[in-house]
Ligand binder design. Structure first.
Ligand SMILES: Nc1ncnc2c1ncn2[C@@H]1O[C@H](COP(=O)(O)OP(=O)(O)OP(=O)(O)O)[C@@H](O)[C@H]1O
Ligand SMILES: [Mg+2]
Length: 249
C-alpha cells in the first residue's frame, strides 16, 4: 500500500443539464507532487475541484483520498480529512481582520484541545509564512487581490491539509506577484503539503509542476511532464496554440 495515490478519481462525471462539465475523468495525485490542471475556459477544471472538495456532487465515478472513498461526504468532512482549497474568485471574509480569517481555519482544523492562544500563534506563523504578517489587523476586504489570494492560502493551510487545491492563484496578478506566488507554492510543497493546482499562467506551470493534466470539454485529453505537454500536438491545437511556437508563454 506504500505507493497508494494520495488522491485519485475514477471515471469522475458531472453534468449541468445536458452539458458534461466533467466526463469520465481518471486522475491521480501522488504525495509530494505539484500537479497542474490546465485547459481552455470552460474545460471543467473548477468543476473537478468542486467535485473533489464536495462543493457539488458527482453524477458518477468515485474519488478516493489516501485510498478511502470521499465522494459522497460533506465538504466539512473532506476538509477534516485533509483536503483544503482556495477559490478562483477569492472568498475571504471581508469585514474580518486578516488574522481572524486565518483563525477560522485554525479553529476548524484544530485538534480538540487547541487553546485560543495557541490558535493565534499558529495563525500568526501562517501569516508570516504567507508574507502577510504586517497586515494582521487589516480588514481582509482592504487587501490587494494578490494579498487576498495569499490570505486564502494561509486560511486553507490553517486547516492542516495534506493536499491543497489551488484554483487560479495567479490570475489577475502582475509578474512580480506571480513570481511571489510561485515561490509560495514551492514553499508549501516543501512543508509537506501536496499541491494540485489550476492555472492559465503556462510559464509558471511549466516551471513548478512535476506533472500536468489537460482537460478539454470536460474530458482528459493529455497528461504528462511539462515538456511532454508543451510538445503535445493535441494540447497545442486546443489550448496552447501559437504561444508555444512563439516560446513566450
Ligand atoms: N453551477 C453551474 N451551473 C451550470 N453550468 C456550470 C456550472 N458550473 C460550471 N458550469 C459549466 O461547466 C463548464 C465547466 O466550467 P468550469 O468552471 O469547471 O470551467 P473551467 O475549466 O474552470 O474554466 P475557467 O478556466 O474559465 O475557470 C462550463 O461550460 C460552465 O459554464
Ligand atoms: Mg475555473
Amino acid at each position: 500500500m506504500c505507493n497508494m495515490h494520495v488522491l485519485e478519481g475514477e471515471r469522475v462525471t458531472r453534468y449541468f443539464g445536458g452539458l458534461a462539465a466533467v466526463s469520465n475523468v481518471d486522475f491521480y495525485v501522488d504525495r509530494g507532487e505539484i500537479v497542474g490542471l490546465i485547459g481552455p475556459n470552460g474545460a471543467g477544471k473548477t468543476t473537478l475541484f468542486n467535485l473533489i472538495s464536495a462543493a457539488i456532487t458527482l453524477k458518477s465515478g468515485v474519488i478516493r483520498f489516501k485510498g478511502e472513498k470521499i465522494s459522497g461526504l460533506r465538504p466539512c468532512r473532506i476538509c477534516k480529512k485533509g483536503i483544503a482549497r482556495t477559490f478562483q474568485s477569492v472568498k475571504v471574509f471581508p469585514g474580518m481582520s486578516v488574522l481572524e480569517n486565518v483563525l477560522l481555519g485554525s479553529l476548524f482544523g484544530a485538534p480538540a484541545k487547541l487553546s485560543r492562544a495557541d490558535a493565534r500563534a499558529e495563525a500568526s506563523s501562517l501569516l508570516e509564512f504567507a508574507g502577510l504578517s504586517e497586515m494582521k489587523t487589516v480588514p481582509a476586504g482592504d487587501l490587494t487581490l494578490a494579498s487576498q489570494k495569499r490570505l486564502e492560502v494561509a486560511r486553507a493551510l490553517a486547516t492542516r491539509p495534506e493536499l491543497l487545491l489551488l484554483d487560479e492563484l495567479m490570475a489577475g496578478l502582475n509578474p512580480t506577484e506571480i513570481a511571489g506566488a510561485m515561490e509560495l507554492i514551492s514553499k508549501i510543497r516543501d512543508r509537506g503539503v501536496t499541491v494540485f493546482m489550476v492555472e492559465h499562467v503556462m510559464r509558471a506551470m511549466m516551471c513548478i509542476c512535476g506533472r500536468i493534466i489537460v482537460l478539454h470539454h470536460g474530458e482528459k485529453i493529455a497528461e504528462g511532464t511539462p515538456q511532454e505537454i508543451a510538445a503535445s500536438k493535441t494540447v497545442i491545437d486546443v489550448y496552447l496554440g501559437e504561444q508555444v511556437y512563439a516560446g513566450n508563454q
